[in-house]
Ligand binder design. Sequence first.
Ligand code: NFE
Ligand code: MG
Length: 504
Amino acid sequence: MAVKITIDPITRIEGHLAVGIEVESDRVVKALSKGEMFRGFEMILRGRDPLDAQQITQRICGVCPVSHGIASIYAQDDAYGIGPPENGRLVRNLIQGANFIQSHIIHFYHLSAVDFVDIAAITRYTGGDPVLMELKGWVQSQIESKVLYPAAPFLPRYEGRYLENTELNLMAIRHYLEGLQMRALAQQMGAVFAGKMPHVPTLVPGGVTEKVTAHKIAAYGSMLKQLQMFIDHKYLADVAAVAEAFPEYLAIGKGCGNFMAYGAFPENEAGTEKLISGGVIIEGKLQEFDREKITEDVKHSFYGSASGLKPANGQTRPQPDKPDAYTWLKAPRYDGTVVEVGPLARILVAYHRGKDPEIKQHVDGLLTRLGAKPENLVSTLGRHAARAIECKVVADRCAHWLAGLTPDKPAFTDFTIPEKSGGVGLTEAPRGALGHWIAIEKHKIANYQCVVPTTWNCSPRDDKGDPGPVEQALVGTPIADAKHPIEAVRVVRSFDPCIACAVH
Ligand code: NFE
Ligand code: MG
């Protein structure tokens, strides 16, 4: 008989996600992913000044606001028939790059690594590092004082097999703490051109409002060097160490096996060349991406709108009492097919294209170290590895974009808002393919639709009944102890879900 388990909320992700699983013979046989809270940004935007969009949509999220800002100004560039000058394009990339770096670091160290690292190892620490001694003292005092949740946010936790080697655990805890500083540093670095983080005032249609100066280039560059050191010497090594200790997770959590990327970080004025290339992999075959093939089903979502609409004509009509619905996420599909988005999708598209020798070299190096095959990338740990490799590639490219800036040259092109127009902004957020669709009438927003990375990944069943990527990834996952479904949350967290974004 199936054992039903509800994990609600899934902690250490952004937003309110519940997962219902059914376990038979110690394996997940069915999974439902449920986004539990309605937000309504697409409704809030209607009737407003189009220039409010890049500010309001950033409030969808505190982790990836930059990506929403970028998607919004791309959509407006498209609607106004404009584009940024060289400095504007590069500064946008530098702000977005800083956001990728902070997001990937926080996801690995602060949201996911504690699924594998034994934080309790700190109580066995006997060395002289003052920071670790302070953490040990704090954990012990929490345990001794018998508070309800001793050592929160680390304990309580689902018990299971954690990293056994004390030295490795202590190193990981040290890097967890250092990661907090690095994450903050990435935000400061982005703020050099963003004005502030996380919600950026300087992103505007036509470019950016921040002036490029030699001083700002130097400031960004010095912070970037520290981040590159951390990524090269710690982040990549720590992901590999976790993969070595948990090789079974190179097979668990495979998912739908289809992938999609829009591409991001334009490398030329026309935006035809990008650092991250777009593409779709369905049943192992790479295809060119076609935005006309995107639709959103709502049969199992709490919306009364028509199902299967293209985003340009998308509707958002909440219907909380809808029968057969179980989530506030819509179900986006590409050509009617379930696809996974995110760093793994992007790395696989690049790997299949074979155009990027650096990505191929990193992927092959990691696979050799782990004694793994390319198909092992499509897994829980493959997602973490892809994220770390992407973090390195983006950080290194930031140095190149920085070198391309010209102090005191304009970073902005002037524009007027047409009476009637429409535009599409496609980019990549840290968690995957992100699109904004804007329709303008009488100089105001007539319709605004966002199709967001976690909407793809945590989507429910579509009208055909096909489960979403996370739902599919959970099926087959071994569950050793139904009271401690650690294996299931490891799979879910590998997608880095953000339900605040996904529902929007
Ligand atoms: Ni709220 Fe987001 C990213 C976007 S995820 S974090 O990355 O867009 O759906
Ligand atoms: Mg939407």
